[in-house]
Write a new protein. Sequence first.
Length: 277
Amino acid sequence: MSKAARQRSARERLAEERKRQAQKQQRVRRLTISLSGLVIVALAVVITVYFVNKKDPNVYTGAFAPTSRQADGAILASKPGAKAPKLEVFEDFQCPICHEFENASGSTIKRLAAAGKVNVLYYPFWLFKQQSEPIKGNSERAANAALCAPADKWIQYHDAIYKHQPAEGSKGFSNKDLIGWGKDLGFDTPQFEQCVNGNQKQSQVDAMTNFAENTRKVTGTPTVFLNGQSLDLSSTLLNAKNLEKTILAAPPAAVSPSTSPSTAPSTSASPSATAKK
């Protein structure tokens, strides 16, 4: 073999070797990219599973205290025979701070009520009757629907309304949605649907609003009384630990006898009252 042929053969072998090395490096890069992708996917799955299964400490998942509807429309959440302080919650479902209060301390209140450490009276009313639409209508429809809901599902319905609270100034709480949330909770009855669509609890909404504003002198929501004493919003109501300490330190207080627990809204249609201007 001539010298020129040998040099050409060497160059060809070198080129072939370089080609093989380049192909090997390319395969390594592809494998590295694939493995990196699998690691990212696996990490994403782990993170998703963690957050799906992680329990939000602000969401109460235990049993609820038995609930009963009072003659004035208030809902009493109380363990039978519990000798405990009395907590009265005046709220408007359209109120953003009420929603914040529910997120911060609602679970604590439910837990203490279920344990017989506090007796809770919920008073939904129509605070925003003087506001312009859509706030006024949102507030009114939610209060009416809450009074239509059966007492034994009231806490769950109360939570569903807050979960879907519209942003202040935007339209929400349509009758269709209010009825749908009831269906989701298992009280898909013609009576409930008629009560919501017919605004059948308007007179009771007005009465509870009058009681809140004129008898109890409530001027804003949430307003919460513990054994008749108003609790501070920022230091107590929006601080679950402080609220629990305050409740546990309070003495028992009498709660007026409840009516029989309701399993369905009233079937009697009361005429809709004219909303106060």
